[in-house]
Design a protein around this ligand. Structure first.
Ligand code: APR
Length: 336
């Protein structure tokens, strides 16, 4: 998964490069800085002394020493002064210069803390927006696995409006709260489909309940035995999209995509199948059809599925926002 958010102590995370939220002296401090220096050992400080400090928004690289990484990239975030002193641009630059350094040193993976969101007082939701924007811009052009490591749940702060909207959607739809018997839920769904089909296109027939004549029972035979990957590749072609456009938008690793493209029987994980539905901007029926090719469905008894349906119903296909929301509701992310 090219981009993920996890909760952890960044000194415990394995990556080619670990980013330190340093200060301009590069001689250590508290927070992430203190934790990394403690974990890396005294040789880190000895190397930092040679670097001659670092400007806000810039980044410098050292060895990883006793940390589980090849390199430590030290970047200096802006101190929050209300947002009108160039803080957003400086913070964006921290991520951009760190990512560029990581690429220069051949790193295939990098882990960031939420820079400036601690001692430097940057509002966490704003700091997160800048982080996601900079990471997303970089991943549009480059292939590197990026992990955003948040120390406390409060670090992932969705906008109040989005949180309230998603929470009320979950309350209205999440099966655990609305214990509806499966048969009624099923019939309710099918009768809606029957109503739509038979109220519009033909007089209501006296249909035996077990005869399902709705569109789902009369599929396009040419697509009946289509595999997941055949359906995926067809939809990509039908939309005139390129492979990179799709796998980047789906937060899918390029190598996995190549595997799916070369193996028509490849069966993806549900997180991968859903990520492709989002990348192709499928509506609910199209999503269910594509997931069905891999043997999955979106269920109201799975909170993550309900959140995915929230975004599909609103035609909001930004996978970073979706994963941020899934993370904030303690659900697994999509992509792979
Ligand atoms: N792992 C991951 N994240 C952490 C860890 C950790 N071990 N420790 C703290 N954090 C989180 C904080 O909760 C915050 O969200 O990292 C984010 C950045 O917080 P700070 O470390 O305070 O960094 P910053 O806000 O950029 O301030 C930098 O603080 O430690 C000093 O020397 C540093 O002067 C510099 C200033």
């Amino acid at each position: 998964m090219p981009f993920k958010i996890i909760r952890n102590d960044i000194t415990k995370v394995r990556a080619d490069a670990i980013v330190n939220a340093a200060n301009s002296s590069l001689l250590g401090g508290g927070g992430v800085d203190g934790a990394i220096h403690r974990a890396a050992g005294p040789r880190l400080l000895a190397e930092c002394r040679q670097l001659g400090g670092c400007e806000t928004g810039d980044a410098k690289i050292t060895g990883g020493y006793d940390m589980p990484c090849r390199y430590i990239i030290h970047t200096v975030g802006p101190i929050w002064q209300g947002g009108g002193h160039g803080e957003p641009e400086q913070l964006y630059s921290c991520y951009k210069t760190s990512l560029r350094l990581a690429e220069e040193y051949g790193c295939e993976s990098i882990a960031f803390p939420l820079i400036s969101a601690g001692v430097y007082g940057y509002p966490k939701d704003k700091a997160l927006d800048i982080a996601l924007s900079a990471i997303k811009d970089h991943l549009d052009e480059h292939d590197i696995d990026v992990t955003l490591v948040v120390f406390d749940k409060q670090a992932v702060v969705l906008s109040r409006e989005l949180t309230d909207d998603v929470r009320s959607y979950i309350d209205d739809n999440y099966a655990e709260k609305n214990a509806v018997p499966r048969s009624e839920a099923f019939m309710g769904k099918r009768s809606a489909r029957f109503d739509r089909k038979f109220s519009m296109s033909m007089p209501t027939a006296d249909i035996a309940e077990d005869t399902c004549l709705c569109e789902a029972a009369v599929p396009d035979l040419s697509k009946l035995d289509e595999s997941f990957s055949e359906a995926l590749l067809r939809m990509i072609d039908e939309r005139g999209l390129t492979d990179p456009q799709v796998y980047k938008k789906a937060n899918i690793d390029r190598r996995l995509f190549s595997k799916i493209r070369s193996d028509k029987e490849y069966r993806p994980s549900k997180a991968t199948a859903v990520a492709f539905a989002i990348a192709l901007e499928l509506d609910m029926d199209e999503t269910e059809s594509l997931l069905g090719k891999a043997g999955y469905t979106l269920s109201n008894s799975i909170k993550a599925d309900v959140i995915i349906k929230y975004f599909i119903e609103r035609a909001d296909y930004d996978i970073y926002t979706i994963n941020e929301t899934l993370f904030s509701f303690d659900q697994a992310l999509i992509g792979c």
